[in-house]
Design a protein around this ligand. Structure first.
Ligand code: GAL
Length: 736
C-alpha cells in the first residue's frame, strides 16, 4: 500500500475457492467463506500497512464433499479492489425493467452507497445508461440517464435509493436464433463535491419473461421452448480451474446443436460463465445447492447448511441478479427434504422467501425427482422442475426387470394439480454412450433400455454403445424424452443430463468421467449430438448415419443402420442398393434399418422433407491408418497466457478417409511462442494425466490444448505424430 492510498478501502474478492477458504493479512485472521462455489468479499482495510503486505489463504478440501469432481484450490479469479472509503457496496446495484414495449422500457435502479469512513458523507449519485457491445467490450452511446440525487450516509452505514428512468426504443435481450442478446451498461458515479470518488458499472439487459402453465416460457412475447443442457463447472481436461476461452468453447459447442439454455447444476457458476450466457443469449436456470439439511455425502453442504444457507443464498442472488439470462432461481437439486413432508416444505419455504426478498422479479424453483404432486414440497415452488419423473422412471418394458422405484410419467399429474404453475424438465435423459464405440447386438424392441453387459454396455472395456439407445437405470434415451415432451406440450422444455461429459460421477462404470454428455469430455460430438440437432434445429438441412462402416470382423453380420435427420423421410443405400424408403412415424425420432448386413463399401442416405430432397450423408469403409490431420479451432490467439487454441487430430487412411476405430499413440509437440496445456480424447476410461503430450486416439480422434506465452507474441508450431503414420503440423499465431 502506498502513502497516497492511506484512507482508502481494500477488498479481497474471490470468485470461488475450493473450499473453506480462510484469509489472513499480515498474520491476522480476516475471515473466510466455506462454500467453495460462492463468490465473496473480505474487507482487508483494518489489516493493511503502508508498504508491503502479506495475504495468506488457507483452503481445506475434505473428501466426500461432493457427488462429482469439485476441483480444489483457488480455481477462479481473485481481485484486490481499492476504493474510496465511500463507495458503491459489493454487487451494490440492482437494475430491473418493466413496461417493456417496442417504444420504451422503464428501468428501476437501486444503488447502495456504503460509507466506511469516520464521518458523514454527502454524495451526489448519477447513473447514465449506455448501449454496450459485448463483442468488443465497448460502452457505446448514452441512451438514458437516471435522475441525479444526493444522499447523506452516516459513518459506518449504507444507504440505498431507487430511481427510475426510461429507455426509448429498447434493444431487447433474447435468445438466438430469432432474437438477439442485446446488452446495456449502466455507469454509476459517486460525486463528492466536484470529485468522482467511485465509478461502478452494471451490465444488464431489457427483456420480459412470462411463465405460462399451458405453454411454457415466453420471452419478449415469443414462446421459446427450453432446449437446455445441464452444466457442471469443470472444463474437461483443464479441470475446475476457470478459463474463459475454454468455457466459451463449451457454450459454442452447445449452441452448435441448437441448445438455448443452461442449468447451472448444482452450484453457483463462475461469474465469467454468467457473462458468456448473457452475451450468447442462453437462458439460465441459476442453481445454488445440491443438498440442504439432509446431506448426500459425508462432508457436503449439509454440515454448514444451518449457519450458511442464508448468507450463501443472499450472496448468490445479489451477485447474479443483474444478468438478463437468468429466468429462474433454483434453490436445490433433488434434496432429501422432498420426502419429509411439512418439515421439508418449511425449509423450502424459507429459501424461497429469501430468494423473493433478494429478487422480487423472478420465480424460484427446486428440482424434484421424487416429490409427488400431492405432497407439500411442490406447493412452495413458483415453477415446477422435474428430474426424470416427468418422462417416467423405469416405466417401460425394457426397464421392468430393474429394482428401484418405478414412476409413470408425472407431467400430467403435476400439471393437473398445479394449473397455474409452469412446468419444466430440469433433468432429462441421462442417456449414456462412448463416442464412436458401437456394441452388438443392438436393441430392437423399443428405443430406450438400461445399460448392462448384454444391453449396450461392456464392463471389461468400460464403454457404452453409441447407438444412443441406452441410459442410466432411472433415465432414458433422447427418443423417449422427446416423445414425452411431444405428448405433454404444456411442458416448457428440458435440460438434458448432460450437454458435455464431466469429471467424476461416471455411471455405469467406475472411471474418470461421465458418459452422459451429448459431446464427450474433449468436446467431440457423439452420435447423440445429431439427434438433438435434428430436433432443436429443425430448419437445418442435416442427416447423420450411424454406425461407422469399417468393421473388418463383421462381414456378413447384421449391423443395424440408424439415421438422425431433420427430414421426414429417408432412403438408405448400402453399396448402391436401396434398403427401402422410410417415413418418420409420429413420436419416433430416428430412421432405422435393423437388418442391414455388413459388407465393406459405402452407406448413403438421402432424406426428404415435404417430399423434396432435404439432406444427404455418406459413410465409407476406411483402410488402414496412414496419416494424421491436425486442425486448429482458432489459428490466431491472444498472447496472454490464457487464450487457447484447441487442435483436433484425426487418423486418416491413404485415401484421406477417417479411420473410426483408430487408437494410434499420438505425440503432440509444441515449439515457439506457446505451450501445450493438456490433451484428451474423450475416452471416459483414459487415465493418462491431462497434461501429458502423449495420448492415444480414441475412436480415431484426439485433442491438444495450446496457449501462447504471455507477452511474447509470435509463431507457435504444433505437430502431431504417431509411429508409422505421416505426421501433421499447424502453425498458430499469437498476437498482443
Ligand atoms: C441426477 C442428479 C444429477 C446427477 C444425475 C446422474 O439424479 O440430480 O446430479 O447425479 O442424476 O444421472
Amino acid at each position: 500500500m502506498s502513502h497516497e492510498d492511506k484512507g482508502k478501502n481494500f477488498y479481497l474478492e474471490m470468485d470461488g475457492a475450493m473450499s473453506y477458504p480462510i484469509v489472513w493479512v499480515n498474520g491476522k485472521i480476516v475471515g473466510g467463506w466455506p462454500y467453495g462455489y460462492n463468490s465473496f468479499q473480505l474487507d482487508l482495510t483494518p489489516y493493511m500497512n503502508v508498504g508491503d503486505n502479506q495475504v495468506a489463504i488457507r483452503l481445506d478440501n475434505p473428501n466426500e464433499s461432493s457427488r462429482w469432481y469439485p476441483g480444489g484450490g483457488i480455481y477462479r479469479d481473485v481481485w484486490l479492489i481499492t476504493v474510496a472509503s465511500t463507495h458503491v457496496g459489493q454487487w451494490g446495484t440492482f437494475i430491473t425493467s418493466r413496461d417493456v414495449s417496442a417504444r420504451s422500457a422503464t428501468l428501476d435502479l437501486a444503488v447502495e452507497v456504503q460509507n466506511n469512513g469516520d464521518t458523514k458523507s454527502k454524495i451526489d449519485v448519477t447513473t447514465d445508461v449506455h448501449e454496450y457491445d459485448a463483442k468488443t467490450g465497448q460502452i457505446g452511446a448514452k441512451v438514458a440517464a437516471f435522475p441525479q440525487y444526493t444522499v447523506l450516509v452516516a459513518a459506518g452505514k449504507t444507504a440505498s435509493h431507487t430511481t427510475t428512468t426510461a429507455v426509448k426504443k429498447p434493444l431487447l435481450w433474447g435468445p438466438p436464433p430469432f432474437q438477439t442478446p442485446n446488452l446495456y451498461m449502466a455507469v454509476t458515479k459517486l460525486h463528492s463535491g466536484s470529485q468522482v470518488i467511485d465509478t461502478f458499472e452494471t451490465r444488464f439487459g431489457i427483456r420480459t419473461f412470462a411463465y405460462e402453465p399451458n405453454k411454457g416460457l415466453i420471452v419478449n412475447g415469443e414462446h421459446i421452448p427450453i432446449r437446455g443442457t445441464n452444466q457442471h463447472h469443470d472444463i474437461g481436461a483443464l479441470g475446475a480451474a476457470y478459463n474463459h476461452r475454454a468455457q466459451q468453447r463449451h457454450l459454442d459447442i452447445l449452441q452448435s446443436f441448437g441448445s438455448n439454455a443452461i442449468r447451472m447444476s448444482h452450484n453457483p457458476p463462475a461469474p465469467g460463465l454468467m457473462d458468456l450466457a448473457d452475451e450468447m443469449g442462453f437462458l439460465v436456470m441459476d442453481e445454488i445447492f445440491d443438498c440442504w439439511v439432509l446431506g448426500k455425502t459425508t462432508n457436503d453442504f449439509h454440515l454448514i447448511f444451518p449457519d450458511w444457507h442464508e448468507p450463501d443464498l443472499r450472496a448468490f442472488i445479489r451477485r447474479d441478479r443483474n444478468h438478463p439470462s437468468i429466468f429462474v432461481w433454483s434453490v436445490g437439486n433433488e434434496v432429501g427434504e422432498q420426502q419429509t413432508g411439512d418439515d421439508g416444505a418449511k425449509v423450502a419455504q424459507e429459501l424461497v422467501d429469501i430468494a423473493h426478498d433478494m429478487d422480487p422479479t423472478r420465480p424460484v424453483t427446486a428440482s424434484m425427482n421424487s416429490a409427488h404432486p400431492n405432497q407439500p414440497f411442490p406447493v412452495v415452488m413458483d415453477v415446477l422442475s422435474l428430474n426424470y419423473q416427468g418422462q417416467g422412471i423405469r416405466d417401460t418394458p425394457n426397464y421392468s426387470q430393474l429394482g428401484g422405484i418405478g414412476t409413470p410419467p408425472a407431467y400430467p399429474a403435476f400439471h393437473g394439480n398445479f394449473s397455474r404453475k409452469m412446468l419444466e424438465s430440469s433433468e432429462s435423459a441421462s442417456a449414456l454412450s462412448s463416442r464412436g464405440t458401437f456394441i452388438f447386438p443392438v436393441l430392437e424392441q423399443g428405443d430406450s433400455a438400461p445399460v448392462n453387459d448384454t444391453s449396450g454396455g461392456n464392463s471389461t472395456t468400460f464403454q457404452v454403445s453409441a447407438y444412443e439407445l441406452y441410459s442410466a437405470d432411472y433415465g432414458s434415451s433422447a427418443d423417449k424424452e422427446f416423445r414425452s415432451l411431444d405428448q405433454n406440450p404444456y411442458v416448457a422444455g428440458e435440460f438434458v443430463w448432460t450437454g458435455w461429459d464431466y469429471l467424476g460421477e461416471p455411471t455405469p462404470y467406475n472411471v474418470r468421467s461421465s458418459y452422459s454428455g451429448i459431446v464427450d469430455l474433449a468436446g467431440f460430438p457423439k452420435e447423440r449430438f445429431y439427434i438433438y440437432q435434428s430436433r432443436w434445429q429443425p430448419d437445418l438441412r442435416m442427416a447423420h448415419i450411424l454406425p461407422h462402416w469399417t468393421w473388418p470382423d463383421r462381414a456378413g453380420k447384421v449391423t443395424p443402420v440408424h439415421v438422425f435427420s431433420s427430414g421426414d423421410e429417408a432412403e438408405l443405400f448400402v453399396n448402391g442398393k436401396s434398403q427401402g424408403r422410410q417415413t418418420k412415424e409420429p413420436l419416433t425420432y430416428r430412421f432405422r434399418w435393423d437388418k442391414v448386413v455388413y459388407h465393406p463399401g459405402e452407406l448413403h442416405v438421402v432424406t426428404y422433407k415435404d417430399g423434396k430432397v432435404w439432406a444427404k450423408d455418406t459413410v465409407q469403409t476406411a483402410g488402414e491408418p496412414a496419416r494424421l490431420r491436425l486442425t486448429a479451432d482458432r489459428s490466431k490467439i491472444t498472447a496472454d497466457g490464457l487464450d487457447l487454441s484447441y487442435l483436433s487430430v484425426e487418423v486418416l487412411d491413404h485415401q484421406g478417409r477417417f479411420v473410426p476405430q483408430a487408437t494410434n499413440a499420438i505425440t503432440f509437440s509444441v515449439s515457439g511462442a506457446g505451450q501445450l496445456v493438456a490433451t484428451d480424447n474423450g475416452d471416459p476410461s483414459d487415465y493418462v494425466s491431462f497434461p501429458s503430450p502423449k495420448r492415444h486416439a480414441y475412436s480415431g480422434r484426439a485433442l491438444a490444448i495450446v496457449k501462447g506465452e504471455k507477452g511474447q507474441p509470435g509463431k507457435v508450431v504444433v505437430e502431431a505424430s504417431a509411429d508409422g503414420l505421416a505426421s501433421s503440423k499447424v502453425t498458430l499465431h499469437t498476437i498482443s
